[in-house]
Design a protein around this ligand. Structure first.
Ligand code: GDD
Ligand code: MN
Length: 862
């Protein structure tokens, strides 16, 4: 006897004959398998049908259970009387083809695997005859299980396993999903394989899968993931939540009626509700999971979740009120609902987690990763269109208004993306930024795949979690600058590099050519990866073979082809942009600036991120000399992070770096950092201490981003706008500028020219925020002789004129002297002194706007 087939049945009489005749028609040795039916009190004569067969064949058995019908219990009962050590489970309704039985048991029979899953969702697998909603349900079920187990089809009912594994299945495992229990219950790592199957809708009869099965599944999933969710906690939480909603809404309405502004009203009402909720939840909802006394640690966690929910909710509220023009009184309800979900999940997984059967570290990190990444995506989506553009974004938007093959200070990708985004979503913040958001998603996809290939899937998840919460990653998926597409193509290039150089895939060179070419179209820095690749190929004998093959050259050619627009533009413009980039190096006046570079890295990675990165780099550069795979992987990470880093360090010995220069290079070492994060104490204590600091770092970062966004969009009551505000709030500043222009127009009869008195920020931001009204004539400081990047191309000069002029500045002195120290007065006719106005929003002061007017312009030649 090689294996035992266990088949649960519940009213399957019409299918028994068909199933058995097909099973016995299989090309298997007679007597090599037995079939155990487990019936749960079918009313349609199924047991009689089976008994007919049983009398003729000693390898068919029937168990008739008397207990409450249950699929998992049935399968366990069947397995317990099996004569062989390999068990195969399948449905009785011919959904699982008997002809695929040999393929599904083979891996377990061979002893190479502990579990073989007949899977619909690996390549080669399929589903036939199921209505769309069932397919979706099953897909969703599988996806939800993904964070805790690495199987594509975790809800499959067709699988084989070693019998001894069932001893681990907990008593309370009930319901439909015995496979999931099997995969999760074992303490050692199981060897699991997925075999593609084609699933067909049942031949006869009806499905017994009901809604309550789905709910039980969901609940088990959450428990297995370390959460405490049950119908009990959820309904108690819902009742408490309901009280909370009531209090929250009441206080909010009351404050709104006292006209206290969105931010103050929703924050106060939230804090009132949250305090009441915490008391009720800890004393009642989650009481069985909770000691009862006030626990500061836990209260801190509760507050954290609450704060995150609150800060996100401000965005939801603003979106509904400002963008969709709902009244505040109505908008508060969907806003409360959205945050209730975050609050509940946060409570179940983080504040009151399952602490009796705590899942392994790996699983907990994966669950945390999913939660954190989803929160970050949500936060970005909500605030994407609400937060005003920073001047840099407005400048790149100006690019898109003057579409070209390339631009003076950057290649064209950023402009093309903004052009596309605004063409689809309109000339607004959302349209400008949606490209950055999508680049963020692309980066996550490639980073995940890259980390998975270097290490494993759970490292991949942790890598994208780190990417989402580290400042450079968070910002690059929200703010539209050339770094957004640069980072996406950098991640893609790394992924293809690894596939080509380490996994030896020819086809990867094609992807690399495209990714690298798109990278060059985003920012020239991606070229550093080319140098790193060359270094790797020189150092690694296995990869060196590629030098003699055509593929890398084809790839380079492809990249060059994509880069062609930039070359053509430069050819037409006397190579200015290449000259500018090379001049810029060394243009900083030969100052030793390595300390700046390090300081900046501590900002974009956070200090702990910097420390972890150095630790990871040290690890890859010194460890793994024995195992060939590990050595090559470490060399890859070492070279692809180290080479760009060394080059930037080199440059900073004589030139001041910009703070975001090194952003993309950290992508290559993120997988190693993520891997170390998930290691148990096998590594020495430094990594243990690191892990302990990561948790607060992640939380503080998330809170900081949510806080900044809320602050910029709605404000935080009690905190005035002071920091860097002169760089921001151009929407309100533009209204002020329009007022000044209107005053002059009514005095003078002529429309004034507005000149932004710095390189490009002011002019660009004003252009973006005055675009809806009658377009103003907006220039940049190059009108008076200094240079202004693309403004030198768009508005190279202006003749002398007696049209009135308004000069706008962020700082007082920029309106008096240019950078060379020349008085600006001499170019103006009857200039006024420098004045300022305070820009406000709903009565709240935001910033100062410096300006100066004149009756005309004498022209630059004077
Ligand atoms: N003994 C016993 N007790 N058998 C049962 C019970 C029960 O309570 N409920 C269902 N069965 C048997 C059915 O007779 C059938 O042989 C098999 O279990 C699967 O039940 P179906 O009612 O046919 O389920 P389904 O087709 O809707 O669900 C299928 O797809 C799911 C994935 O989405 C099955 O393959 C599931 O196992 C699978 O998880
Ligand atoms: Mn079925």
């Amino acid at each position: 006897m090689q294996f035992s087939i266990v088949i649960p049945t519940l009213n399957e009489s019409e299918n028994v004959d068909l199933l058995l005749s097909r099973l016995f028609a299989l090309d298997l040795l007679p007597g090599s398998f037995e079939i155990i039916f487990v019936d749960d009190g079918s009313k349609d004569g199924t047991p009689n049908k089976i008994r007919e067969w049983e009398t003729h064949n000693k390898n068919i058995h029937l168990i008739e259970r008397q207990e409450k019908p249950d699929l998992t219990a049935s399968i366990l009962a069947g397995a317990s009387i099996a004569k062989s050590d390999t068990i195969l489970v399948m449905d009785a309704d011919l959904s699982h083809l008997p002809e695929q039985v040999p393929a599904v048991v083979a891996p377990v029979l061979s002893g190479k695997y502990d579990v073989a899953v007949g899977s619909r969702y690996v390549s080669g697998g399929s589903t036939h005859g199921w209505p769309l909603y069932r397919q979706w349900l099953s897909r969703a079920g599988g996806l939800l299980a993904r964070p805790i187990c690495d199987v594509s089809d975790a809800t499959s009912g067709f699988f084989a396993f070693r019998r001894e594994l069932i001893v681990n299945i907990p008593e309370k495992a009930r319901g439909y999903k015995i496979l999931l229990e099997l995969l999760m219950s074992s303490h050692e790592k199981l060897r699991v394989i997925e075999i593609p199957i084609s699933f067909h809708d049942r031949a006869h009869g009806t499905s017994k899968l009901s809604l309550s099965h789905n709910l039980i599944y969901l609940q088990r999933l959450i428990t297995l993931a370390g959460g405490t969710v049950s119908i009990g906690t959820a309904s108690r939480f819902a009742i408490v939540g309901f009280v909370g909603v009531f209090v929250d809404a009441l206080v909010f309405q009351w404050l709104i009626n006292w006209s206290s502004g969105l931010a103050l009203a929703h924050i106060t009402s939230f804090l009132t509700a949250v305090t009441i909720n915490y008391i009720l939840n800890s004393k009642w909802s989650f009481q069985p999971h909770f000691k009862g006394s006030l626990d500061w640690h836990q209260f801190g966690r509760f507050l954290t979740v609450g704060l995150l929910a609150l800060l996100l909710r401000g965005g939801v509220l603003a979106l509904l009120v400002y963008t969709w023009h709902l009244s505040a009184e109505l908008a508060i309800f969907p806003a409360i609902a959205a945050t209730a979900i975050i609050n509940y999940l946060g409570s179940a997984f983080y504040v009151f987690p399952e602490n009796k059967n705590c899942p392994p570290l790996n699983v907990r990190w994966q669950v945390a990763a999913v939660g954190i990444v989803l929160f970050v995506i949500l936060l970005r989506l909500v605030y994407l269109g609400l937060a005003q553009l920073i001047p840099d974004e407005a400048y790149y938007w100006q690019y898109s208004q003057h579409m070209d093959l390339s631009f003076f200070d950057h290649p064209p990708m950023v402009a093309w993306l903004i052009w596309l985004g605004t063409a689809i979503a309109g000339q607004n913040e959302f349209g400008v930024r949606i490209g950055a958001f999508i680049c963020g998603l692309i980066t996550m996809g490639y980073l995940y795949a890259f980390a998975r290939n270097l290490y494993d899937k759970s490292t991949g998840m942790r890598a994208i979690m780190l990417f989402s919460v580290l400042p450079f990653g968070f910002a690059s998926g929200l703010i539209m600058t050339p770094d957004a597409p640069l980072i996406a193509s950098w991640a893609a290039t790394l992924y293809y590099m690894e596939r080509a150089l380490i996994a030896d895939r020819k086809i990867a060179w094609l992807g690399m050519g495209i990714a690298f070419g798109l990278g060059l179209l985003s920012k020239y820095t991606v070229g550093l990866l080319g140098i790193a690749a060359l270094t790797f190929v020189i150092l690694d004998p296995t990869a060196r073979r590629w030098l003699l093959r055509p593929h890398p050259y084809f790839s380079a050619f492809l990249a060059l082809l994509l880069f062609l627009p930039v070359i053509i533009w430069n050819f037409q413009n006397d190579w200015v942009s290449f000259l500018f980039q090379t001049e810029r190096l060394g243009g900083g006046g030969h100052v030793f600036s390595v300390h700046y570079l390090i300081f900046y890295v501590a900002i974009i990675l956070t200090p702990i991120g910097l420390y972890a990165a150095l630790h990871a780099l040290w690890h890859v550069c010194t460890k793994g000399k024995h195992d060939k795979c590990e050595r090559r992987r470490n060399l890859f990470v070492c070279v692809f992070t180290g080479i760009p880093l060394i080059i930037f360090l080199g440059i900073s010995t004589f030139d001041t770096p910009r703070f975001h220069w090194t952003c993309p290079l950290w992508l290559a070492v993120l997988p190693t950092i993520a891997w170390m994060l998930g290691q148990n104490s096998a590594l020495h204590t430094v990594s243990n201490r690191l892990r302990a600091i990561w948790q607060p770092t992640i939380i503080v970062s998330l809170l900081a981003y949510a806080f900044i966004l809320h602050y910029a969009v709605l404000g935080i009551p009690g905190i005035p706008y002071q920091f860097l505000a002169e760089h921001y709030f151009w929407k309100e500043a533009a209204i002020e500028v329009e007022k000044i222009a209107e005053e002059i127009r009514s005095q003078n009869g002529q429309t004034p020219i507005v000149v932004g008195m710095n390189k490009w920020s002011i002019a660009s931001a004003l252009s973006f925020y005055t675009k809806d009204s009658n377009k103003m004539d907006i220039r940049s400081r190059n009108m008076f002789g200094d240079n202004s990047a693309m403004y030198d191309f768009w508005y190279p000069s202006h003749p002398a004129t007696d049209r009135p002029i308004i000069l706008i500045g962020m700082k007082h002195h920029t309106l008096e002297q240019d950078r060379a120290g020349n008085e600006i007065d001499r170019l103006l006719i009857q200039p006024s002194t420098v004045q300022y106005r305070t820009v406000t929003r709903d009565g709240t002061p935001l910033r100062r706007l410096y300006y100066r007017t004149a009756l005309g312009y004498r022209g630059r030649s004077i």
